[in-house]
Design a protein around this ligand. Structure first.
Ligand code: 5CA
Ligand code: ZN
Length: 478
């Protein structure tokens, strides 16, 4: 790591802040010599571990985890016409085994429909086999041509969670779409990340889907980031891959499918939304270290304090907390700065006076200080963690609210977007009016059917043509 320290740029200068925090807080190293591929530092990888454990726990309630191969034979990949059109420019191909050209080219999965569905065709026989709800967490490859960015736009997505479900009817698949949205909202609530859920316009849906529901959030520079998508696939893929089942009357039917995905963009959002000028702020639930104990041993009683600090570490570790005792030979101030930068939610300062009072000073990464009784320290820490989580969540929520702005005319749209906000407009859902909005603003129509407590559901007149329109989100997207 570079020690030519300098200081973290202000968060106001978001893209400089983001690039800097990644190495200063030891999340990603961007120096790997292939464009769009990055390396997880162990500190960052631990955040990923806790975040993805939560995702797994949510899915494991009624999905099963599986694992499919990375390589997809060309014939399978080329079967579904729309899907090919959507991905052909982004696929990496394996063409040789050593020096021997392969008979059948192999695609590195950009996503796994065409790996999974030929197997689903073998596995699904009767209505009794349905529903199927499987997921995998894998790396996928996309030859992205837009600017690549760590955690945000990768050519190797290292943490692609994709779920693929199979149902008997279109309505059941739709109910699964709703279930997936609830699940993603619960996941993001747990990370204190506010979301905007909306239905993407038809021209922006997943290649091969009936429709796409997207989960977006707003980054500190006002740009939106798509942090999850849920697709109703109808029977497009089941017809292509021949996924059929025998229904109760003995008839063969095509199955109905959904798929939904989340990537390490979830971690990009976590870092970006909560951090401040001093560094990361991690919610206790997913922090690599949840608390750091800093002994204050200036003067006498060095041994007393060290013994008490060690006991505190042992007690908290056995209570299940991720705790570190920082005994490095550094000024306390330098330690504070070090752990603040890395987003540790709680600092526990223990000095002779605290010891005498039977207390420890707890300093929250979100600001306030509070004193905790050593006799009931576990309960005290749980309480303080809850307070920290609440503060992080409330700040993020407040920010989301302040960044949504209703706009009534096309002329005012640019000013709103330029000020780092996301616009709510009325749009008639016709392509022409959509194009007019997008070209005039250099922004995207994120979607309609917006699910957000801050976006009213009432119809109004389209800001382009004046016909009846639906509430629609317009934002500058990553
Ligand atoms: N098969 C479907 C559902 S798993 C699928 O591939 N959907 S997707 O293309 O929309 O990707 C799912 C999610 O992955 C996206 O919502 C986005 O949050 C994330 N994602 C897509 N491309 C990238 C990329 N290049 N880098 C990082 N994350 C990405
Ligand atoms: Zn219109």
């Amino acid at each position: 790591m570079d020690d030519d320290a300098g200081v973290l740029p202000l968060k106001e200068d978001f893209s400089a802040w983001y690039n800097d925090i990644l190495w200063r807080a030891e999340i990603m190293d961007v120096r790997y010599p292939v464009k769009g591929l990055y390396v997880w530092y162990p500190y960052g990888f631990a955040i990923r571990k806790y975040v993805y454990q939560r995702l797994r726990d949510l899915l494991d309630r009624d999905h099963q985890e599986t694992l499919f191969p990375l390589l997809i034979p060309e014939q399978e990949f080329m079967k579904e016409a729309e899907h090919i059109k959507g991905f052909e420019d982004e696929v990496y191909w394996v063409t040789h085994g050593g020096t021997t050209p392969l008979d059948v080219k192999l695609a590195l999965r950009p996503t796994s429909e065409t790996a999974i569905y030929p197997m689903y065709a073998l596995w699904v026989r009767s209505h009794a086999d349905l529903p199927i709800k499987y997921y995998q967490i894998v790396n996928t490859f996309r030859y992205e041509t837009k600017q690549t960015r760590p955690l945000i736009r990768l050519r190797e997505i290292t943490s692609f969670k994709e779920a693929h479900t199979v149902h008997a009817t279109w309505d059941e698949a739709e109910e699964q779409v709703e279930e997936a949205i609830r699940l993603y909202r619960e996941f993001y609530d747990g990370l204190c990340i506010p979301t905007l859920v909306s239905k993407r316009p038809d021209w922006d849906k997943f290649p091969g889907a009936d429709y796409t529901i997207a989960v977006d959030t707003i980054m500190p520079n006002g740009k939106t980031l798509q942090i999850g998508t849920v697709h109703h696939l109808g029977d497009h893929f089941s017809r292509t891959f021949n996924i059929t089942y025998e229904d109760k009357n003995g008839e063969q039917k095509f199955a109905q499918q959904t798929c939904y995905g989340i990537s390490e963009r979830s971690i990009a959002a976590l870092i970006s939304i909560h951090g401040d000028d001093r560094g990361l702020i991690l919610p206790p639930a997913v922090a690599t270290l949840q608390a750091v104990i800093v002994p204050i041993t200036i003067g006498k009683r060095h041994e007393d304090v060290m013994a008490a600090a060690q006991k505190l570490r042992t007690d908290l570790t056995s209570a299940g907390f991720r705790v570190k005792l920082d005994t490095r030979d550094m000024r306390p101030g330098a330690k504070y700065y070090w752990w603040e930068l890395r987003g540790v939610p709680l600092r526990l300062e223990l000095g002779p006076r605290d010891l005498d009072a039977g207390k420890v000073m707890a300093v929250k990464r979100t600001g306030e200080k509070t004193s905790i009784d050593l006799a009931t320290v576990t309960a005290g820490i749980i309480r303080v963690f809850d307070e920290i989580t609440d503060t992080i969540g409330a700040r993020a929520e407040e920010n989301m609210k302040s960044r949504l702005c209703t706009v009534g005319s096309l002329d005012n749209l640019n000013a709103t977007l330029d000020s780092g906000r996301v616009a709510v407009v009325h749009w008639c859902q016709q392509r022409e009016c959509g194009d007019a909005i997008e070209t005039k603003t250099n922004a995207s129509i994120l979607g309609t059917n917006v699910r957000s407590q801050y976006v009213p559901a009432t119809d109004g007149i389209c800001i382009v043509c004046g016909e009846q329109g639906k509430p629609t989100l317009v934002g500058r997207a990553y």
